[in-house]
Design a protein around this ligand. Structure first.
Ligand code: PEP
Ligand code: MN
Length: 475
């Protein structure tokens, strides 16, 4: 298939597709660009980042790509989840293990329902940069309106509403890298030490959430699932199944939005005995809804890396734009390369998805359809808190599942904002959090996340769907 060049713009004309380099994005218009006050200090931080070791390896990235290729064929299912915005303060053993636990428990439900391996991908170890709808925020302080730069995530500035904290600080590029490294180091130590294997009760029982009451029917279902999975594994062990090691080893991949091109490109490198450049700061970077302009800096950067890439697709996206993005980011039609993360809103998902599937029917590139049922369903309460309703989230997930199936495609994964903590940020679900009780433990600095119960409940909804469809929706 012929590679499709990015659509031309005045700037793009001077940058032919063949001229890609980790820094060729600098010639393009950069959405969400951060204006740092001190260019020299930025250059020093970027030079430091370039000199530091990578966080992940090309082998891991290629393994993830081949697992995504399996998922594109319906042989695996992807679970991607974590905070909207990771914070440096949240780099604690408790917060990290709670995130791993909820992802593991959700994946157990999905393995059980779909009868296929689940690829676990955290929104962690680098999810520190946030796109914002406005570059500034105005609050009333002491009766007067004060306008400061918005909070762009801990990679850029601080959340506290003071001029010092909100000033973009290039040292944070390095501090975020260091916290990503510490997070990943801990995750690797836990998983590679066998702590997180399926036999380890610590991860699979629900006692760590004793302080929060799990509805009895969910608890019973979960316990039954854990028992039957453990029985199955023991049975296979007795039979001496060769793949038992592989089946029980729990692996986590990392992902984050590739928003700060300074950060991403400083960690983008060639490696011995492989072709091309890898972004070695994460396994799966994704390009966000606000930065995926076809001739913009982000798409220019993303088209040259060897990693699998996610593309967020919102309800305003035209079907031909989806097609063009897929063609530009995967001109050779490589398997496992493109993950389309749709976030359309419960009301629009059906109609938009049908058009997208049609537009991609004869594309060279296979895609993995992943549903992000969070970002199209954000609303503000009367008191100004951002929230999402569990019913809308569930509705978008089910509509996405059904629409893909009825159009000859299949849902290959789910992308959720969640936390292992007992927060009150989304309304509804079996816990029945209401607008009135949202303030009880609203901890997110950015978007509202599913709490532990809601996340597990959503996994059960999906698991049931997968099991009803036998082969898990493979079509
Ligand atoms: C996000 O994933 O937190 C995000 C900002 O998503 P989107 O780009 O889809 O709005
Ligand atoms: Mn978000």
């Amino acid at each position: 298939m012929t590679p499709v060049p990015p659509s031309s713009s005045k700037d793009a004309a001077s940058v032919a597709p063949s001229a890609w380099s980790p820094d060729s994005w600098r010639g393009r218009v950069e959405a969400q660009r951060i204006e740092y006050p001190d260019a020299e200090s930025v250059a020093r931080s970027v030079a430091k980042l370039r000199s530091l070791p990578p966080l992940v390896t090309s082998w891991e990235i290629e393994r993830l790509k081949s697992e995504i290729a399996d998922a594109q064929e319906g042989k695996r299912f992807v679970l991607q989840g974590g905070d909207c915005a990771e914070t440096l303060d949240d780099c604690t053993p408790g917060a990290i293990t709670n995130k791993l636990k909820i992802l593991m428990q959700m994946s157990l439900a999905l393995v059980h329902g779909g009868r296929k391996p689940v690829v676990r991908i955290g929104r962690f170890a680098g999810q520190y940069a946030k796109p914002r709808s406005s570059p500034v925020e105005t609050r009333t302080v002491g009766g007067v309106p004060v306008t400061l730069p918005s909070y762009f995530g801990d990679l850029v500035n601080g959340a506290a509403f003071t001029p010092e904290s909100r000033r973009p600080d290039p040292h944070l590029l390095v501090r975020a890298y260091q916290h990503a490294a510490m997070t990943l180091n801990f995750i690797r130590a836990l998983t590679e030490g066998g702590f997180a294997d399926i036999h380890h009760p610590e991860y699979w029982d629900l006692s760590f959430m004793r302080h929060a009451s799990l509805p009895a029917d969910l608890r019973a279902q979960y316990e039954q699932m854990t028992r039957s999975l453990a029985d199955g594994l023991r049975f296979m062990e007795v039979l001496g199944e060769a793949r038992i090691e592989e089946l029980t080893r729990v692996e986590f991949f990392t992902s984050h939005e590739g928003l700060s091109l300074l950060y991403e490109s400083a960690q983008t490198r060639t490696v011995p005995r492989r072709e091309g450049h890898y972004n070695l700061s994460t396994h799966l970077p994704w390009v966000g809804e606000r930065t995926r302009q076809i001739d913009g800096a982000h798409v220019e950067y993303f088209r040259g890396i060897r990693n699998p890439v996610g593309i967020k697709i919102g309800p305003g996206t035209r079907a031909e734009d989806v097609r063009e993005l897929v063609d530009v980011l995967n001109p050779t039609g490589e398997r496992g390369k493109i993950v389309l993360i749709t976030r359309l809103g419960a009301g629009k998902a059906g109609e938009r998805l049908a058009a997208f599937v049609d537009a991609l029917r004869d594309a060279a590139s296979p895609v993995l359809w992943v549903c992000d049922p969070m970002h199209g369903n954000t609303v503000s309460t009367a008191s100004g808190l951002k929230t999402r309703s569990f019913d809308a989230i569930r509705g978008e997930l089910e509509t996405t599942y059904d629409t893909l199936r009825s159009h000859g495609a299949h849902l290959g994964g789910i992308h959720v904002e969640l936390t292992g903590e007992d927060v009150t940020e989304c309304v509804g679900g079996a816990t029945d959090i209401t607008e009135e009780t949202l303030h009880t433990n609203y901890a997110s600095l950015c978007d509202p996340r599913l709490n532990y119960h809601q996340a597990l409940e959503l996994a059960f909804v999906l698991a049931r769907r997968l099991s009803q469809d036998g082969a898990g929706g493979k079509k």
